[in-house]
Design a protein around this ligand. Sequence first.
Ligand code: FES
Ligand code: FES
Length: 157
Amino acid sequence: MTKEFELTVNGTAVRVETDPSSSLLHVLRNELDLKGARFGCGLGLCGACFVQMDGKVVASCDVPMWSAEGRTVVTVEGLEPGDGLHRVQQALIEGQAAQCGYCISGITVTAATLLETSPVPDERAVVAALDRNLCRCGVQRRVVRAVLQAGSAAAAT
Ligand code: FES
Ligand code: FES
């Protein structure tokens, strides 16, 4: 049986009719056409589907819609208002910190969330924050450098 849910996604109020047990990730990708969050493990273990919910990083594959009602969700597409790139995205591009890119949306959401609470994190903080984001291509060192760069770029402005 389906039910209507209201939530805010990337600053816009949306209504979705779906099964209460559908995952937030399924709704984002298939109902709202936001393809940035990816399906990896489906178990909350890889980080490919990470989004912000009420300001915290969550595994959207592991959030049933009944628990997303009334929440504020930000996906990788909504991290930066307008058409520009978030400074984490800019730093990831400049540092060529992606291979296949499957993990990068989740990594970007995690890193951007870290910078909201810790604008100039040290390496240890970046590594700790990204601990739940797996990357099978092995670009972790480049990613950490890029996030550090994004932090210092913000400090310099
Ligand atoms: S797909 Fe959600 S954590 Fe892996
Ligand atoms: S760049 Fe391929 S999984 Fe991370």
